[in-house]
Design a protein around this ligand. Sequence first.
Ligand SMILES: *[C@@H]1O[C@H](CO)[C@@H](O)[C@H](O)[C@H]1NC(C)=O
Ligand SMILES: *[C@@H]1O[C@H](CO)[C@@H](O)[C@H](O)[C@H]1NC(C)=O
Ligand SMILES: *[C@@H]1O[C@H](CO)[C@@H](O)[C@H](O)[C@H]1NC(C)=O
Ligand SMILES: *[C@@H]1O[C@H](CO)[C@@H](O)[C@H](O)[C@H]1NC(C)=O
Ligand SMILES: *[C@@H]1O[C@H](CO)[C@@H](O)[C@H](O)[C@H]1NC(C)=O
Length: 556
Amino acid sequence: MRARAHLAWVCPPVGAGSAAFWFSAAWTMARVVSVLLFFLGCCAAQDILPPGPVDAVVGKNVTFLTLLDKPAFTFIIWNFENTHVLTLSATSVLVNKPYEGRVSVDEQNGSLHLGALTKDDSGDYSVSVVSADGATDTDGIQLRVAESLVIRSSVTEAVEHNDTVVLTCAAIGSFQKFTWLNGTTPMVVDGKRLVLNENDTSSQLTIAGVLRTDLPGPVYCTATNKVDTEKSAPFSLLVHYGPDPIALTPADVPRFVRAGADFNLTCSTRSSPAATITWYRNQTVLEIAGPVLPLSVVQQHPLWQHMSTYTCRAANAKTLRQVSSRGAPFSVIEPVLGVNMSGPSGVLMAGNSTANLSCRATAGTVTTRTWLKDGKPVVGGGRVTLAADGGSVMIAPLQKEDNGEYQCQFANPVSSQKASYKMVVIFGPEAVAVSGKSAVEVKDAVTLTCSAASVPPANFTWKFNGTLTEVKTATYVIGEAVYKNTGAYMCQAHNAATGKTAMHTHNLSVKEEGTLQGVLSDGAIAGIIIGILVALGLAIGVILYCRQKVPVESPY
Ligand SMILES: *[C@@H]1O[C@H](CO)[C@@H](O)[C@H](O)[C@H]1NC(C)=O
Ligand SMILES: *[C@@H]1O[C@H](CO)[C@@H](O)[C@H](O)[C@H]1NC(C)=O
Ligand SMILES: *[C@@H]1O[C@H](CO)[C@@H](O)[C@H](O)[C@H]1NC(C)=O
Ligand SMILES: *[C@@H]1O[C@H](CO)[C@@H](O)[C@H](O)[C@H]1NC(C)=O
Ligand SMILES: *[C@@H]1O[C@H](CO)[C@@H](O)[C@H](O)[C@H]1NC(C)=O
């Protein structure tokens, strides 16, 4: 076996006394002892060490004192669990690398000093004393390394308002002064809801009706005595709270929501742990989990078009509290779609035709029906009959005034659609008139314009002194008038659809040049005024002259 082979090897041949040999021998020995202890299940305990366990504090030192007094030994070997710590020989101290700098050994009695303790140093230490003849005595001792200050809580988690939390800061050793810190800020203890109880080894902080704000960050305690100040490891306590009052968004829920719109109700609340949200439609649970109620889910309900009140409720499984949101009443409305107007398709004659206009929508509930003609509301009465449901308009009989663009506007609170129809009522011609001068001078240009009310528009022909002319337009143009243009001009308006003709006669007289200049121009008026003033001036001058020339009595 491996252990036996090593044992044989441990006893060196006589004369093999070099330092190198002993050094490696010591190292091997340490490992051998570890292995031996492991295989043999340890040897009978010798009184090398006092009974344990030994208690020590994190960051401090500990010394394992042996009961030996100047023992005769070849090696004293210290192990921790199965790890070599240190081997002392008559001439050297061999320290395992991880322990370098923090262990030392008393070369007289083999006591081990271990510094900068951590919790990982807790465990079983063993010491083996190997005599010159190879005899080995082994003993062990337990080390318990603890924090100097530890915060303990009466509860592992708490419910805001309901629970009283007692935190204890327990110290190893005695201290004069304890302090509680929230992060780095000293906690304010009011003596009412937060109460302190202290002695020289502990400080007890009692928090009645704990709030989420009482222990926001990690909490520490510190303890001070004449020698030093200790600080505990951070401590955190989970304080469950909520749900807080619910915010339901949007803040202003419309009373009518368009079906299929991108619309959600959202419920938000602060809660630890996160609240479970349930949605209700008129007090009936909806099958949707989570803080968002999409319109698509509302529309899955068979009565989705009915005005209903939607509410959410938040529940916290730890605090056992529940809160409800305000109710959001709304109804979902399908938009009006496919509005279409139908009207008469044949020829409509003023006086003896009837028109029925009707509008229909292919989808949506129509709540408002408005009829317009050329942008103005259609008023029922007389020839016009508006159906009670607003779906149609009947006009009987049609008259020329009914020509125009008709619109129906079908709407509900979420949408509106229009359709239109152009009504053409055939009539006329009526009110035939000719505009233009009735007297001109020779060489003047003349334009006579004929007009008539007619649907469709009338065709025009002109007669002069009873004779049909070539002119077939609404205007009759004479480039330069001559005497023989004097006479009667008759405009004839003809509507091919009604077959009716109406006419108007206009008389024109062509006069000699200059005979019509009865009207003076501005220049002429100015000339006349100047002329009068000059004449007046002359007259006054003559009068004054004549006075001077009053015949003086002759001296003769
Ligand atoms: C602990 O041991 C280290 C060396 O290991 C030493 O420097 C230090 O002074 C010791 N501290 C105490 C409190 O004994
Ligand atoms: C906390 O207190 C409230 C109100 O008194 C109560 O409804 C709730 O059940 C309590 N929670 C727990 C976990 O006891
Ligand atoms: C319109 O009335 C006229 C008589 O005034 C009649 O000759 C004609 O047939 C009527 N047209 C229609 C479409 O009823
Ligand atoms: C118009 O509608 C009315 C009643 O709805 C009906 O009596 C009439 O015959 C209809 N007229 C036409 C031209 O469709
Ligand atoms: C047309 O009639 C008017 C009045 O009757 C007459 O004075 C004129 O000479 C006639 N013109 C022609 C070209 O016949």
